[in-house]
Design a protein around this ligand. Sequence first.
Ligand code: PHE
Length: 413
Amino acid sequence: MVSQATSQNQLFGESVSISGTTYETDTMTNVTPKILEKVGKNLHNRKKHPLNLMRWRIQNFFNDNFLKGRTPVFSVHDDIKPVVTLEQNFDSLLAPADHPSRKPTDSYYVNSSYMLRAHTSAHQRDMMKSGLDAFLLVGDVYRRDEIDATHYPVFHQVEGVRLFSQRELFSNVADPTGLSLFEDGRKTDHKQAIHTMESAKLVEHDMKSSLEKMANHIFGKDIESRWVDAYFPFTHPSWELEIKHQGEWLEVLGCGIMEQEILKSAGVDHKVGWAFGIGLERLAMKLYSIPDIRLFWSEDTGFMSQFDVDDVNTPITYKPISQFPQCSNDISFWLPDGYSENDFYDLVRTIGGDLVEQVSLVDDFCNPKTQRHSHCYRIVYRHMEKTLTQKEVNVIHEAIQQQAADLLGVEIR
Ligand code: PHE
């Protein structure tokens, strides 16, 4: 069997160039040319793109509601390159050594030292270190995942961070004497060991009220929302905010009180802070009724023209340009040792590109005698702007079969 590492080096050779910087490849390299095509597209900065409208709704909320004199409190950073070190993406955020997100099957590695960020949180520590107390960071993030209408290996997030000094946090308390940010205490579900109850509660209150207001600003005054306990290695306590949208609870963002150890490593251990991260695609899909995540990458004017508004708060309901027919083909193969589904999904993306609407596992069979496993996947093909012929689909499907055999070592049945 040809190993995954060797096969990827076959894609790039000794080195790979990403937005002007050259990186040596090694056994960890698992980025693909298809994925690298997305680097630098910066859809969040493209005027009148729905992701740009979403990001402005969020940014305007912070600009309008948090001012020091006439200057916005939150600075905005939307042009930070997505290649980060593993240390930035994981260690700087206290991700445990065995955290599932570190697996090569879940993230895109440039090599053993660099990766495409899996979240905008990768920049938290460095932004704080550079002296920022309140910032928003907008950017593209990359994750290996399944293929369907709501998952795409590239999506966009807004990260927000706000720090407080003792004076700032207690500024609204009538008599702050005796109050302090820190203690040598005990970690509970409600606070970190080093935080006093009063500092944890005030940070929590400031964060929750700010983010609830933001949700109202985006989705309207009358929406119902709720806080759900969550876990992130870099915040404690942590929550997710959900809103009721068309009768269903929808997760909007993850957030929490920043782990004090991260502030310490950034040289701001005399402050406390909160952070949140919000994914733009899922929200834009709900807000504008966009049915398929691939549409964000469409260059079709029939898509783009629907978002050509001057006021970012204009309500828009996307009208499908036309639903072209689907074409579905199955592929079955015996699995080699060390097989990973995400390797197969990437291969399908590399060859099929955005013609692939969905890949689903329809059969998982184990031969009782030989104990060999086989998988059958159904690949649904659909062009977003025209009708695909069976012949066109066959060419792609056969290429997928061939490459799966050559590169992943599967045995087609
Ligand atoms: N980075 C987290 C994610 O991608 C979101 C998050 C950001 C959570 C900041 C807490 C604080 O899921």
